[in-house]
Design a protein around this ligand. Structure first.
Ligand code: MN
Ligand code: MN
Length: 303
């Protein structure tokens, strides 16, 4: 049984692996992928972003931005006092601005709009917006899970606050909380049958997320993203099999890949991640993720 450190590192590195693997086929149809690659199974870069091999995209770099803000907030932010929360959210917003100004390789429209609003108006969220149903807030929430492990109220506050900086939509909120709680369970060592039971309850509460029968939509709409992630994560036990199946579904493949990589990586632990993928990631990415994982877990005193 992997320990907490190994599962947490497995989640974060698994996320980056899924991002790097999926980015090659982002926005492609399954049949286009099949025509070009047969089965896409190697981290080779390219794709519409013309990535270097092993390069990650906004999914991973936004996680790192959130993680850096949570680490900067440190013990104060995690003191779980209401006034500490706003200061923390501003640190997160500032980290997103810094991330944006560094010219990331990609930035979703809703993320850009939200970061601009925070930059110009200083507001921590915009009004509820039917157009904010993309998966951009969901995709970057992993560090909030690590930083608040064992404290569900803090998890919910930090997650919703970081999400609303750019996305104010009920399905974005529900997805961010649900997948975050599933990750928290896996980090705590939940079995596959515990996870399956929890997922069944969750989709019973939020029927939009029901994924059986799987409709095969892997778009950046957060409902499609959650369905795809739950489908492939519950269908395949093996990290590699789950991830390959996910990214070959195409469309928002870097984000669905990252999220399946996160869950499946927490399930198997970092020590069991496929070497051939891990070694492809850029060394600086692996180092940042390793340092952040250790630091974020230390915030909640669980390791
Ligand atoms: Mn991306
Ligand atoms: Mn994407």
């Amino acid at each position: 049984m992997p320990d907490l450190d190994d599962r947490a590192l497995g989640a974060y590195l698994g996320f980056a692996i899924g991002d790097a693997l999926g980015a090659t086929v982002e926005f492609m149809l399954p049949r286009e992928i099949a025509y070009q690659y047969g089965v896409h199974r190697d981290i080779v870069g390219g794709g519409w972003l013309k990535l270097a091999s092993g390069q990650v995209t906004d999914d991973t770099t936004m996680c790192l931005a959130l993680g850096s803000a949570l680490l900067a907030g440190g013990a104060d932010a995690m003191a779980r006092q209401a006034q500490g929360d706003e200061a923390l959210v501003r640190l997160v917003g500032d980290a997103y601005i810094k991330w944006f100004k560094a010219k990331p390789v990609d930035c979703g429209n809703t993320c850009r709009r939200g970061i601009m609003r925070y930059m110009h108006e200083g507001t921590l969220q915009g009004p509820l917006n039917p157009g904010d149903g993309g998966n951009g807030a969901l995709m970057r929430n992993l560090p909030a899970v690590l930083a608040t492990l064992g404290d569900d109220a803090a998890f919910e506050r930090v997650s919703i606050a970081q999400a609303r900086l750019t996305h104010h939509h009920p399905m974005s909120d529900a997805a961010t909380l649900g997948l975050g709680r599933l990750l928290g369970m896996l980090l705590a060592g939940a079995t596959q049958s515990d996870c399956q039971k929890w997922v069944n309850q969750w989709v019973a509460q939020v029927p939009d997320f029901r994924f059986t029968p799987y409709r095969g939509y892997a778009t950046a709409y957060v409902v499609d993203t959650v369905q795809t992630v739950l489908h492939y994560f519950t269908l395949h036990q093996d990290f590699e099999v789950a991830l390959i199946a996910t990214v070959n579904q195409g469309d928002d493949a870097d984000t669905t890949g990252a999220l399946v990589g996160m869950l499946a990586g927490a399930r198997c632990g970092a020590a069991k991640l496929p070497e051939r993928w891990l070694h492809r990631l850029q060394a600086a990415t692996v180092q940042s993720i390793t340092e952040q994982t250790r630091g974020l877990l230390a915030l909640n005193g669980l390791n």
